[in-house]
Design a protein around this ligand. Structure first.
Ligand code: SF4
Length: 320
């Protein structure tokens, strides 16, 4: 099975992904942080921009948080950008700028959990390692007909055991990449192409499209929020978020009172974790509070602003 998979990868794998062009450990580190919760298609055009801006781990480590957050715009989940920045600083400070290879040392780095550590070992250092991303979990669940929910304790244990047993003795990079690509290109969630799958004769899946199973999801909760649009002398006033979402990023300030309803401008809706939030926007003509900062339209272009707020600001500028 390993050989069939590696041969298929050699012929059909996604060798043109930008982080697979003679990747350095730093390339792998950046791509893995970017790929968490963001699609390959979104990352492809952004990866090279990032590398142009922060070509080495040392340059990233010495950049300011504002620069890092600004470069991350549009990728969402900004906590990842902060963690990537922190991990670069920790590697420069404690490991002479070299990403460690050892699993226990990797796991001590800030923001590096079991998944990222295993991905670094496989993709940066070619160590045979079980890398359990969404695509690979799906392939393994189907190959072994694992019907336990893969986000349950029992399901996770079964997947981890099966993944470990499949590992070759070498070629960690190619094997993990091959499984990942098979999941992305052949063993897809909705339409597995079993007829052309190199592993069809090894596969135990009885009903592939029903696998992997998941525990029932918590339902989406709808919420509303009111935010203010201050615009004076062609400058837009924003506040820096103190969290819990978008800490350090620039956002439209919350309205403390809804008596402003007569100044309603527009609204946008966005998802965040298990919430779907409708952001209603109101024009505020009073003096901006001291915690707000004015920005010109040009400055807004490079400012670290979370996507829903950027969308709202662009809509408001068009309306104004
Ligand atoms: S045979 Fe079908 S279900 Fe099994 S691994 Fe291949 S594509 Fe997936």
């Amino acid at each position: 099975m390993q050989q069939k998979l590696l041969t298929w990868f050699c012929q059909h794998g996604r060798h043109d992904l930008p982080w697979r062009q003679s990747p350095t450990p730093y390339d792998v580190l950046v791509s893995e942080f970017m790929l968490q919760q963001t699609t390959v298609a979104t990352i492809v055009p952004r990866f090279q921009d990032w590398m142009n801006r922060f070509p080495t781990l040392e340059i990233l480590a010495t950049a300011s948080e504002d620069e890092v957050l600004s470069a991350w715009q549009g990728l969402g989940y900004y906590a990842r950008a902060r963690r990537l920045h922190q991990v670069a600083q920790a590697i420069v400070t404690f490991h002479q700028g070299k990403i460690p290879q050892d699993l226990s040392t990797l796991l001590k780095l800030p923001g590096v959990g079991p998944y990222t550590a295993s991905a670094l070992r496989a993709f940066a250092f070619n160590q045979p390692t079980a890398v359990l991303d969404t695509n690979i979990v799906r392939v393994i669940a189907r190959l072994h007909n694992i019907t336990e929910p893969t986000d349950s304790k029992k399901g996770k244990e079964q997947i981890a055991l099966a993944a470990q047993e499949m590992l070759p003795k070498k070629e960690g990079y190619a094997f993990a990449s091959a499984l990942m690509d098979l999941g992305a290109m052949i063993c897809t969630a909705a339409n597995p192409q079993c007829k052309i799958c190199p592993l069809s004769s090894n596969c135990l899946a009885e009903h592939p499209t029903t696998l992997p199973r998941k525990k029932p999801k918590p339902s989406i909760t709808r919420k509303k929020e009111a935010r203010l649009f201050y615009q004076h002398d062609d400058r837009i006033y924003l506040e820096q978020s103190s969290g819990p979402h978008w800490k350090g990023l620039w956002i439209l300030p919350l309205a403390v009172s809804i008596h402003l309803h007569k100044n309603y401008l527009t609204s946008i809706t966005y998802p965040i974790t298990r919430y779907r939030i409708t952001m209603k926007l109101y024009r505020e003509t009073g003096t901006p509070p001291k915690n707000l900062h004015p920005f010109s339209k040009k400055e807004l272009q490079t400012l670290a602003i979370p996507s829903p707020h950027r969308r709202a600001i662009e809509k408001l500028i068009l309306l104004s």
